[in-house]
Design a protein around this ligand. Structure first.
Ligand code: ADP
Ligand code: MG
Length: 258
């Protein structure tokens, strides 16, 4: 395994006023350059885990290391240059154009109150092109469909030029063509050496995209490791609490349940 880019040690977390732990004693190494899917049913704690990795939520117990250094030692700016999130949904203010919104990804590179420079606009336009949104740069973000918004959030993260990209249920609003575009973009980022961490409740997304899978249930890691080892009938049945079958179609493994 490549050196870990992120290490979690005994992480536990509960939301204020909620005595049930959303995450319970998680320990995990995420390999640099991997595509790691955090897979599990609704409410398993996947989004909570991403927010913990970003430092946006503070664990009640345990430690997180980013490149071997405690995450708490990083400034927001440093962390923002290293990691970007593609959130599941986000409230978008009405008066932003697509280009202006995507330019927000440059914030970790700008000084307070500094306006974006040409280099920032080029980075944003490049990200829009990769995301297939160049023709939409002057549209207002509120006029977009759910899938188009998800791609705008992807473009904003790409504009941030992070080494680690985190995506929360990135395919949830995408049609088939855009799903395959996203998978292609993630594949290119992977080949370029980025580390990719995504959450999904869909086993087939994890089977298609990942090199590693972390199977999460009720705030605990059931199992984690290489994709093909984790993606088994027994593991998926246990995670989802229903009998799951795996069939192979054209070399691709697909999970079916009855
Ligand atoms: P997933 O992303 O796997 O669907 P989440 O991380 O969103 O799961 O949620 C994990 C658990 O924490 C769930 O039981 C959920 O109800 C709870 N939870 C999530 N967000 C909050 C919150 N802001 N306040 C209290 N409980 C929350
Ligand atoms: Mg979630």
């Amino acid at each position: 395994m490549n050196k870990p880019i992120i290490t979690l040690e005994n992480i536990s977390f509960s939301y204020n006023g909620n005595h049930k732990n959303a995450l319970r004693n998680l320990s995990l190494n995420i390999a640099d350059g991997s595509v790691t899917s955090i897979l599990g049913p609704n409410g398993a704690g996947k989004s909570t885990l991403l927010h913990i990795l970003l430092g946006w939520l503070k664990p009640d117990e345990g430690s997180i290391y980013l490149k071997g250094r405690p995450l708490t030692d990083y400034s927001r700016r440093e962390a923002g240059q290293m990691m970007a999130l593609v959130p599941q949904i986000e409230h978008m203010p009405f008066d932003y154009s697509v280009l202006e919104y995507v330019l927000l990804g440059r914030t970790p590179y700008l000084n307070p109150l500094e306006s974006p420079q040409d280099i920032d606009v080029s980075a944003a336009r490049k990200a829009l092109e990769i995301s297939g949104l160049s023709h939409m740069e002057t549209r207002t973000v509120t006029s977009l469909s759910g899938g188009e918004r998800q791609l705008v959030l992807l473009a904003r993260a790409l504009t941030q030029q992070p080494h680690i990209i985190l995506l929360d249920e990135p395919t949830s609003h995408l049609d088939l063509a855009n799903k395959s575009r996203l998978i292609k973009i993630l594949g290119e980022l992977h080949r370029a050496g980025s580390s990719i961490i995504l959450t999904t409740h869909e086993p087939d997304v994890a089977a298609t995209i990942s090199t590693e899978i972390v199977l999460l249930r009720q705030g605990q890691i059931l199992t984690s490791g290489k994709r093909d080892a984790v993606f088994s009938t027994q593991n998926l049945s246990e995670a989802y609490g229903v009998p799951v079958r795996i069939v192979e179609i054209d070399g691709q493994r697909v999970a079916l349940w009855t």
